[in-house]
Design a protein around this ligand. Sequence first.
Ligand code: GLV
Length: 320
Amino acid sequence: MPKVVVTRRVPEEAIQRLQESCDLQYWDSEDAIPRQTLLEWVKGCDGIYLLLTEKVNDELLNAAGPQLKVVSTMSVGYDHIDVAACVRRNIAVGHTPDVLTKTTAELTVALLLATARRLSEGIDAVRNGEWSTWQPMWLTGQDLHESTVGIMGLGRIGAAVARMLSGFDCKLIYFDPYPNPKLAESLGVEYVSWEDLLSRSDFITTHTPLTNETRHLFNADAFRRMKKTAIFINTSRGGIVDQDALYNALVNGEILAAGLDVTTPEPLPADNPLVSLKNCVILPHIASASVATRRKMAVLAAENVLAGLAGAPLPSAVKL
Ligand code: GLV
C-alpha cells in the first residue's frame, strides 16, 4: 500500500477514506507536527496530507524523496506550498476550493456587521457591567445598508460575498487585476480602479490570494487613501496587509475599524498592539470553520490524495 503522511487530526471520514488503500502515518493531534518530525516521517512517502501550517518547500520535498506523487492541503489557500518546486518534481498539488466558499463568505459578512455595529464592544460592555442605561448615542456604529462595499478580488469567495450582500441594499464595487465583466454584471457589481476602490468604499473586504504581487497590498498608502469612516475586512491572508500600517491607520483615525480573521503571525500573540484596539475585531482564522464545511474540506483533501496516488487528475488540483 502507498505510504501517506497526515500531519494533523482531521475529521474521521477523511481518515477512513485514506485507510482503505493507504498505509497511514497519522499525526493524530490538535497540535502542529514539529518540523523535524515531519521531515523524518515524509521520508519515502508517496503522499502528504497537510494543513496551511506546514510549509512545503525544497527542504520537505527533498526529505520525502523522488517517489512522492501528491501533496494535498486541507485549505483553499496554498501560499504555504512552493507549487513550482512540486511541478518541477512532477508532484500533483491539491487544495479545497468551492466547498468552503459560502462558509467563508458568511464569516466575512459576520465581520462586516461585527465591526460596523461594534458587537465585541457591546458584548464586553455587558460582561464588564458597563451597561448603565439606554443611551441615545452609546455604541453607535455604521450602517451596512446604503453603504458602498468594495470587494478586492472577485473570485469564488468575493463573488459569494457580493451575492450575500445583495439583500443588504449596498452599492457593490470591485477591483481585480483580472476583471470578470460577465460575472460582475450578473452580480450587479461595478468594476472600478484600485484607487477608486480605496477612496469610494465605506467597507473594503479583501478576497485575494497571498502572492508576491499582493504581499502588503494594503499598506500605509492604501489606508491613507481610504475614507476616515472606512472599515477594512480581511478573511484571506494576513500577509496582504502591512500590519504596522494598519495599526497606525486605526490609531490615527485614518480608517474607522478593521475586522481580521487572518493575521501575521498566526497565532497572533495576545500582547500584539492590534489586539488591544477596540476598533479592531480579530478572529483566530475560522472563516471556513463550520462543522459541515470542515468535514467536506477534509474529505476532498483525502480524495485529492487518492487521485494523486493513482496518477489520475485531482478533483481539485492547484495549477501553476
Ligand atoms: C483557509 O484559510 C484556507 O485557505 O482554506
